[in-house]
Ligand binder design. Sequence first.
Ligand code: FE2
Ligand code: FE2
Length: 164
Amino acid sequence: MISKKMQDAMNKQINEELFSAYLYLSMAAWAQKSNLPGAASWMRKQSGEEMGHAMKFFHYIDERGGEVELLPIEGPQKDWASVLEIFEASLAHEQHISSRINDLYGLAAEENDYASQVFLQWFIEEQVEEEASVDEVVQKLKMVSGSKNGIFMVDSELGKRGDD
Ligand SMILES: [Fe+2]
Ligand SMILES: [Fe+2]
């Protein structure tokens, strides 16, 4: 059975993942109204993935005989100055999530909770991928440095992101 301490930390992580879903959905709404359909679609998919992450913790807590507790979700930011800004904010947010996952792993190690260490392994790898894919977009947007043509091209590329 999962410890109370680990259960509480994982319930907090459900909240972090749901907040991530909320944040990316807010970025999708911003991109939609800013005539960036590709970025909007990318962010909607990102938001869906975060829901999936929350559900992984949801099922895991239950599987280990713990109790799921849904905490209030903070309202996300609504406005950004540019598409570069939303991707830079996403990168900063993913770095924050990576450090939360690392802390959870640290706690699992401290408690000799091997099952949780194995479970968290997937998230450690996922965070490496997420940071890299968001950083790639940031780099592309920096390369076009605000040119309308360049943003148009990056946006249509973002629209091609598959469901992964
Ligand atoms: Fe996540
Ligand atoms: Fe993420």
